[in-house]
Design a binder for this molecule. Sequence first.
Ligand SMILES: Cc1ncc(COP(=O)(O)O)c(C=O)c1O
Length: 383
Amino acid sequence: MPYIYLDNNSTTQVDPRVLEEMIPFFSTLYANPASNHKFGVEVNQVIQKARAKIAGCIHSKENEITFTSGATEAINLAIKGIAEAYSHKGNHIITVSTEHNAVLDTCRYLEKLGFQVTYLPVDTDGLVNLKDIEKSITKETILISVMYVNNETGVIQPIQEISELAHRNNILFMTDATQAMGKIPIHVDELGIDLLVFSGHKLYAPKGIGVLYHRTKRPFNVKLEALIHGGGHENGIRSGTLNVPGIVGIARACELACSEMETNQEKVRLLRDFLETELLQIEETFLNGHKTSRMYNVTNLGFKGVDADALIVGLKNIIISNGSACSSALIESSHVLRAMGLSEEDAYSSIRLSLGKFNTREEITIAIQAIKEQVKHLRKLSF
Ligand SMILES: Cc1ncc(COP(=O)(O)O)c(C=O)c1O
């Protein structure tokens, strides 16, 4: 039986149209875009076109797009880059306890260097409270970083309100949009985003390529200290020969995601709702995360008395997860679910099902049946 892949928040299949566009840049168009010969100039033009495509998707300027190896690197560059460049202004950063570890660990690292970080709590729905943010602002606050969409629950934070609050206090606002990019429209000016990051492999481009957007016009001309030094690529912000096939791939993926957003959204939302409604009919099953302020491709469900790891193993060819891929090898329960007030036991009983544009109704029907049977089976074993 082939896999039924319901772990699209972890990574996605490369769209064949993305792959097709990338192939020439491995074989015939392999010049270094930093070279000033004709061949290099030709490839550099392709890079600038790719930058323009991405800028078009988020309504930014082309020179505000920096290519990185992924969201983790972009997050490190943004947070450490801001901390260093604005240390003369202050040493305080505000973020949220349900952020991805790429944000949390970067902040913890900065704490070791003497920065102060506030990790705000969330309510039982996973939402951060604006009043809590306001109360935690000090004269030293230089950055507020709140993710757009949570990778485990799909909870969507009110980032426009948060950015307005940040700007009223003359503070930069950053968002980790890794799980939002390509799924919902992003307009950096309308949303008041000063720094934004995402990874290619979450939107049907390959792994190893990511983007950092940083604002260069009103209300802020954001300054960043580089993390990686070398040949001065990407305006000196991120040195290193550009990953040309990756850049071509992520740009094509953004273009496709933006132009096909409505169709994909409609299709995936229907499948997710079908899956969620059916699974919630299982006795003693609960939904983690806000009912409506939630991304349409995810459902995070807990099955009382069921060990999520056993469920994942038991489902064999149906691929699901119990949290973020990078931490699922750890024995600890999800820090996101724990921050939402779940008991250790309920967190261990929870799984994440994240759908993508390639899933079909037939697959979802099979998955529902299999999950229902496994939950029943595991509950029988434990009583
Ligand atoms: C919300 C969020 N931020 C950051 C990352 C890190 O992305 P990458 O591993 O591609 O660097 C992920 C990946 O799981 C994510 O879901």
